[in-house]
Write a protein that binds this ligand. Structure first.
Ligand code: NAD
Ligand code: WQD
Length: 341
């Protein structure tokens, strides 16, 4: 059984990925400082999979603990979710983001190199495409970023590219589009600390009565109804994409893959109003909203070309928006205060 280090494994995407890893026969070891997550998420995953999961409360800025962890385990690969992700906060606290996301990743890569673990799957983001020139976005599109969070993702991609060129390292950079949804049990899901920045958790918190109404950021974009268009992907599909990427590295074991970026999306664009209406239709809940001005830094439309994920990883998203709305609502309504419920 191949051991996989899962940094940030207690978080939203990480916790869902643990389930798919175990289902596929991998042995995950979670390394998370719990700065944006709860140990309850791991307990809930243990209940879903019916087995214990190794958990290390640790920070990727703690090099000694990273070394200790690699001394104790022989990892085939690392799935590197650990990172801070709030775009707005990254603008006001850029050093915090560069230190955590870039320095933390350099620490991890140094320790991986020291212990001859040379396979990494990195949580990148569609944010590296900035304002896309053409749609759907392919992996060869020009990269640029407009905020420090995005810059940290882009910087790590450049670091991984250079490292792969200079060594036997293999790095699959999974560029997530907009992850939404929750596991079908409704026991794990996205649990924002504060008022959500992202659309789907905002909608579900309005529906459950925690927030009064949704502000729709702009209705004058050149899109189907004037509101922003994104590629919303179910978190379970996204998690399966990580397993496919690992399996790809397993089949290539010994052979050089190098740096390989792959989009994980659905290929479909959905507007803000379409998502709101899909949520209302799927759950029967009311979602009051008002139109407000555009949010700084937002682009009109962003959706993926998923051809590479299909041909290289043999992965395609299976769930639709409706299913993601139903699953989000099950999680939100059963856990109105997230893991604090
Ligand atoms: P999340 O905040 O739920 O999970 C990240 C986890 O990393 C948390 O459990 C947090 O405690 C942990 N962490 C943060 N800094 C750490 C550190 N220094 N040491 C150890 N652990 C640390 O976020 P998520 O939505 O699950 O995102 C996972 C990854 O995917 C992140 O890198 C994020 O930037 C990236 N990503 C997320 C989205 C999205 O919309 N959710 C989109 C694209 C990319
Ligand atoms: C989606 C759409 C908003 C909230 C962000 C990050 C990106 C990635 C995913 C990590 C847009 C509109 C939103 C609200 C709204 N994260 N909206 N009212 O901006 O595509 O991407 O999360 O890597 O880096 O930038 O996602 O969910 O914030 O917004 O109208 O209260 O919903 O304007 O059109 P975004 P989002």
């Amino acid at each position: 059984m191949k051991k996989i280090l899962v940094t940030g494994g207690a978080g939203y995407i990480g916790s869902h990925t643990l389930i798919e890893l175990i289902k596929a026969g991998f042995e995950p070891v979670v390394y998370d400082n719990l700065s944006n997550s709860s140990p309850i998420a791991i307990e809930r995953v243990e209940k879903i999979v019916g087995q214990q999961i190794s958990f290390i409360k640790g920070d990727i800025l703690d090099v000694e603990l990273l070394k200790q962890t690699f001394k104790e385990h022989n990892f085939f690969a690392v799935i590197h979710f650990a990172g801070l992700k709030a775009v707005g906060e990254s603008v006001s606290k850029p050093l915090k983001y560069y230190e955590n996301n870039v320095t933390g990743t350099i620490n991890l890569l140094n320790v991986m190199q020291e212990f001859a673990c040379q396979n990494i799957i990195f949580s990148s983001s569609a944010t590296v495409y900035g304002n896309p020139e053409t749609l759907p976005i392919t992996e060869t599109a020009k990269r640029s970023c407009t905020n420090p969070y995005g810059q940290t993702k882009l910087t790590v991609e450049y670091i991984l590219e250079d490292l792969c060129k200079s060594s036997q390292f293999n790095a699959i950079s999974l560029r997530y589009f907009n992850p939404i949804g929750a596991y079908e049990t409704g026991t794990i899901g996205e649990d924002p600390n504060d008022i959500p920045n992202n659309l789907m958790p905002y909608i579900s918190q309005v529906a459950v009565g925690k927030l009064e109404k949704l502000s729709v950021f702009g209705d004058d974009y050149d899109t189907v109804d004037g509101t922003g268009v994104r590629d919303y992907i179910h978190v379970v599909d996204l998690s399966k994409g990580h397993v496919k990427a690992l399996e790809y590295l397993v089949t290539k074991d010994g052979e050089k893959v190098g740096f390989d970026p792959v989009n994980l999306g659905t290929g479909n664009g959905t507007s803000v109003l379409e998502l709101v209406n899909a949520f209302i239709g799927a759950t029967g809940q009311a979602v009051p909203y008002v139109m407000t001005g555009r949010r700084a830094g937002d682009v009109a439309s962003c959706y993926a070309s998923c051809d590479k994920a299909k041909t290289v990883l043999n992965w395609t998203a299976e769930f639709d928006i409706k299913r993601a709305c139903v699953d989000t609502w099950r999680w939100q309504s059963h856990n109105p205060n997230g893991y604090k419920s």
